[in-house]
Design a protein around this ligand. Structure first.
Ligand code: PRX
Length: 734
């Protein structure tokens, strides 16, 4: 399908391609690697067929935390920044703040200045008076034979205190130190997080699916002296030996100049060690051994300045080096408590299940900190969504009486594909469901609504990212109707703006997409990129800053890194990342990270990662590789390439296919034309290749890839106009 003119896909989406408009000049700063370069791929004219509104039930509205439209007035722009007092007042403050927002050193905003609080006290201690024996977490191990385990607030209090005592006494940690966790979905992870928070120690959790090497890089960047890990865990019916990754992580950190002094090893089943990796004497310690010395010890929660960092969360961007998004104690905790209350409609008596991994920001904000700040019961599930069968999530929901369910489109797609009729077989009732992490297709949304939610649950489609701490856009579920595929209007107190390439504002209802920014600071926004303040300014603020000398926040819009379109009703629809990030099953993978991993294979001369549209995972990665002169393709090299990604990043990033090609299609200036190979990988028209330095290589690559894909049983899939647009304009090297 060509992009000339307008086309209508099956979903009623009409897109006019960028070829219809002259390419605009880039605004200042756009040549920087970090600011994402060309915007044109997001600047397409988009005309969505407007989906019908759906309304929440009277029963839902009757019990909702935000049921009065006046709440929008309370968070109106005239009331900024004081409106966020309402969120902060959900917390216990040891000292109240004197300045709600300090803008004197932009864009390093300071929230609730002068205030002091402790996140662990807020999430645990203060609930003891009324909820000591209510479950804070219910942990569901993957093997069904093990049964669920409830951890009450009282028990959590004890465990957090004991582990905090151990971190302090045994490891000598104190406020401001950093600790890296490489932990899966077991209760020891939130216990560790809250123990750090109790001491004012900054935690940095690395997703367990990441490799030891990836973990080591993050240890080095954060300067952690202690690593917390586990012997292993269950995933998809398999026991995964995890401890070996710690050895690798420590070695990598050391090679980057950072020495881990202690590795604290939880045992999934205390007293039993199930890992082939030996314990290193004088470095590795079993938590369940050492904690014996700290039993029954209490550690006073340290009243931390509101601006003290609570944690780091590493995420991918344009460059190869992941950035540590630094989140604050007071602003962050206020923001996740407030948004959990109003958008997820969490009440203390709810049983809330967020089916994300704590290794990502969603888990930090909306499994641990937000729900616990509100004193609710949060379910932790160890394993894979469809293990041992796609009825599993619904059995869990029925068994535990879950009434709020939160997951990502990739999980919804998978459960729909594997067990479309399963939800109806189970007796559970959700009042609210959340979707997050990727755009959700309207037809997937409808299955979620009708089958999973049994047409009873209100849905919130929450749009945000690692850097923003909490939601940026979502409907307030009792106050705004749902529109499938749209995340809804801006969240309370958030004022987005969409700019085009020239910095002109793209109006709501114009049918045009652009680069979405947030005009104002909010309490959940990251404070900086750990150790790289210039990168922070450059990545998020430089592009649209009106006046670098200004201390008025109005001059400093925050660039989110997504393309978006706003409909006339104010609802946003998110088109995806504008930087070199591929969103695989809701996981952000930087193409530069993938490519640099592959370039460590000695046989490889060039590498390029491209996205392939996938029915379940949203996008998957295919890797194109050109070898050093004189070498020819072999299955061994292909394996080495895959293995390099697994080792450097993790299995989560493993490419679907590796194509070893004789030469990459390139521009005359030698840049790889990613849009051409991305088109081939998606069976799409490669478009105009006349400007290439070597147009003749394209047909050969196309034949090779099509042939091998056909042999592997991969059939062409019809792409929507939006998908086609994404693929055919992929990459900046044009
Ligand atoms: O492209 C957006 C997409 O996920 C990106 C952020 O990824 P990450 O930092 O890993 O955080 C994921 C969890 C918040 C965004 O830049 N994204 C997130 N939520 C949505 C979304 N795309 C569409 N709709 C959403 N609701």
């Amino acid at each position: 399908m060509s992009l000339i003119g307008q086309h209508n896909n099956g979903n009623g989406l009409v897109v006019s391609g960028p070829q219809l408009r002259p390419r605009k000049k880039e605004v200042a700063m756009s040549s920087s690697e970090e600011t994402g370069g060309s915007l044109s791929e997001s600047q397409i004219a988009v005309h969505w067929r407007e989906e019908e509104y759906l309304y929440p039930s009277a029963g839902f509205i009757g019990q909702a935390n935000a049921a009065e439209p006046a709440i929008y007035k309370r968070f109106s722009e005239e009331r900024f920044p004081e409106c966020f007092r309402e969120y902060a007042d959900l917390l216990h403050w040891d000292a109240y703040w004197h300045t709600t927002l300090d803008t004197t050193n932009p864009p390093f905003w300071k929230w609730f200045v002068g205030g002091r609080l402790n996140a662990s006290y807020n999430c645990v201690d203060r609930h003891l008076a009324t909820k000591a024996n209510k479950a804070a977490f219910i942990w569901v191990p993957e093997p069904e034979t093990e049964g669920a385990k409830a951890i009450t607030y009282q028990e959590l209090y004890r465990r957090v205190n004991e582990f905090a005592a151990m971190l302090k006494g045994f490891c000598g940690l104190e406020s401001g130190d950093r600790v890296t966790f490489h932990m899966p979905m077991v209760p020891d992870l939130p216990v560790s997080m809250l123990a750090c928070a109790r001491l004012g120690v900054v935690h940095s959790e690395v997703f367990a699916g990441f490799s030891g090497t990836a973990c080591g890089g993050r240890i080095a960047d954060s300067g952690s002296r202690v690593l917390v890990t586990i012997d292993g865990y269950y995933r998809d019916g398999k026991w995964l030996d995890h401890k070996a990754k710690a050895d690798e992580a420590v070695a990598v950190a050391k090679s980057e100049g950072v020495e881990i002094e202690k590795v604290l090893v939880f045992r999934r089943n205390p007293g039993e060690y199930h890992s082939a990796s030996p314990m290193v004497q004088g470095r590795d310690y079993f938590v369940d051994d050492v904690i014996g010395d700290y039993l029954r010890q209490l550690v006073a929660p340290v009243p931390m300045p509101a601006e003290a960092p609570l944690f780091l969360m590493y995420t991918s961007g344009t460059t190869g080096r992941p950035k540590g998004a630094q989140h604050s104690t007071g602003g962050y905790l206020s923001y996740v408590a407030g948004t959990s209350k109003y958008f997820l409609d969490i009440h203390p008596e709810d049983t809330y299940w967020c089916f994300a991994d704590i290794g990502w920001i969603t888990g930090h904000s909306y499994i641990v900190y937000g729900p616990l700040a509100l004193g609710t019961t949060s379910v932790l599930y160890e394993g894979a969504p469809a293990y041992p069968d796609p009825g599993r999530p619904w059995r869990i929901a029925e068994r535990l009486g879950v009434n709020i369910f939160h997951t990502a489109p990739t999980t919804v797609r998978m459960l729909r594909k594997l067990g479309k009729d399963e939800p109806a077989k189970h007796d559970y009732h959700f009042k609210l469901m959340c979707t997050v992490g990727e755009p959700i297709e309207p037809e997937v949304w409808r299955w979620y609504y009708e089958s999973v939610g049994k047409a009873e649950a209100a849905i919130v489609d929450t749009w945000w990212m690692t850097e923003t701490g909490g939601f940026l856009a979502s409907t307030l579920p009792a106050l705004k109707p749902m529109k499938p595929g749209s995340c809804g209007p801006a969240a309370l107190g958030i004022y987005p703006i969409i700019y085009d390439d020239d910095g002109e504002v793209v109006e709501a209802g114009s049918g045009k997409a652009g680069n979405i920014c947030i005009r104002n600071p909010w309490p959940g926004v990251m404070q900086t990129v750990w150790g790289q303040p210039e990168r922070f300014v450059q990545t998020y603020y430089a592009r649209y800053c009106q006046d670098k000398a200004s201390t008025d926040w109005r001059d400093w819009p925050f660039m989110c890194g997504d393309g978006a379109v706003q409909a006339e009703d104010g609802y946003y629809r998110i088109l995806g990342r504008i930087d070199d990030v591929i969103n695989v099953a809701g996981h952000r993978l930087g193409t530069k990270e993938l490519e640099s991993a592959v370039l460590t294979v000695p046989e490889v001369a060039e590498a390029a990662a491209v996205p392939v549209i996938d029915e379940v995972r949203g996008r998957v990665v295919e890797m194109y590789v050109a070898l050093q002169p004189g070498l020819s393709a072999s299955p061994e090299i292909e394996d080495k390439v895959k293995r390099s990604i697994e080792v450097q990043i993790g299995k989560v990033a493993r490419p679907k296919n590796v194509w070893i090609v004789p030469d990459m299609p390139k521009t005359r200036s030698g840049k790889i034309m990613r849009r051409v190979i991305a088109s081939i990988s998606n069976f799409a028209d490669v478009g105009d290749i006349t400007t290439l330095a070597n147009p003749d290589v394209v047909e050969g690559i196309r034949r090779q890839v099509y042939k091998q894909k056909t042999e592997r049983g991969e059939a062409p899939r019809e792409l929507s106009a939006k998908e086609l647009e994404e693929i055919q304009s992929y990459g900046k090297a044009e």
